[in-house]
Design a protein around this ligand. Structure first.
Ligand code: UTP
Length: 295
């Protein structure tokens, strides 16, 4: 196989309503909620950059302008910080070459599949990555790489389409997209022979759930074009991917690292605690607080 085209573009669907975090998300996008001192979207964008992705495409909706502002240059802030002799290094990861942040609007939140389809003109005829920023993927401590970097490395061997998966207790699968695994290629790589969104527990093909990171071929846009509504009355990305299986290679990568479901309140709190405890500048203090709270 000749080397597959490199992944240079990523789509970040951020047009969801974030109803599980209301009222916090009435005026602030869910993706701007911080885990310690970085908004969720920043973690995802940093993960994309680590994987060699250059162009970030945000699919936004009403009330989401703070995300775009976050990646803009804040002149007044920077001038004031400079005058006061403060270090501007903390803003470094939110800086971009002009043209590398692109936004497109999803006027009505019709579902994740529809949000991705809204980016079709910008994605063009290139394979691309997708990040769901509320799924926080953290590299293994002590030299591990991020989830998308692991996927891009696997993609260099497989080409085609890849999704990241993780195993969860079987009785919880009906809230997620679930894969039907085929041949095991390596410890962390499996063929995918089927996909189903939010199946009833007794009909789930496995306990491996899709976990918020994808590398897809541009043909998915044509499949999404006529994708009908699925689970929850939404146009589902999982359903469109399921229709592509058999026409193109499809693999699942089990991420060697940790995942926090920050779209749920308990997952969000867990991520905040875990990441705060690991920080050199505050870990000792946070652990002491946790011990005190536990009595
Ligand atoms: P979620 O299922 O987490 O939905 O979407 P949500 O609206 O963000 O949050 P809740 O469930 O109401 O609390 C998964 C991802 O797909 C995006 C979301 O922004 C999130 O990144 N999405 C979802 C869209 O961009 N558009 C949609 O129509 C639906």
């Amino acid at each position: 196989m000749s080397s597959p085209k490199p992944i240079k573009k990523a789509v970040f669907p951020v047009a969801g309503l974030g109803t599980r975090f209301l009222p916090a998300t009435k005026a602030i996008p869910k993706e701007m909620l911080p885990i310690v001192d970085r908004p969720l979207i920043q973690y995802a964008v940093d993960e994309a950059r680590e994987a060699g992705i250059e162009q970030m495409i945000f699919v936004t909706g009403r009330g989401k302008t703070a995300i775009v502002e976050h990646f803009d240059v804040a002149y007044e802030l920077e001038d004031t910080m400079r005058e006061r002799g403060k270090d501007l290094g903390v803003l470094e990861s939110s800086r971009f070459v002009p043209g590398d942040i692109i936004t497109v609007r999803q006027q009505v939140p019709l579902g994740l599949g529809h949000a991705i389809w809204c980016a079709r003109a910008i994605v063009g005829d290139e394979p691309f990555a997708i990040f769901l920023p509320d799924e926080l993927m953290i590299a293994r401590q002590g030299g591990g790489t991020g989830c998308m970097k692991q996927m891009v490395d696997a993609y260099a061997q497989t080409g085609g389409n890849l999704i990241s998966v993780l195993e969860i207790p079987r009785d919880q699968v009906s809230s997620y997209g679930v894969i039907d695994p085929g041949a095991q290629v390596s410890d962390t790589l499996t063929e995918v022979t089927g996909l189903v969104e939010k199946p009833p527990v007794d009909q789930a093909p496995s306990n491996k759930i899709v976990s918020g990171r994808y590398i897809l071929q541009p043909e998915v846009m044509r499949v999404l074009e006529d994708q009908e509504k699925g689970a929850g009355g939404e146009i589902q990305l999982t359903d469109a991917m399921a229709r592509m299986i058999g026409t193109q290679p499809f693999h699942a990568v089990t991420f060697d690292g940790r995942r926090y479901d920050c779209g749920s309140k308990t997952g969000f709190v867990e991520a905040t605690l875990a990441l705060a405890m690991e920080r050199e500048d505050m870990g000792d203090e946070v652990r002491a607080i946790a011990r005190r709270l536990l009595g």
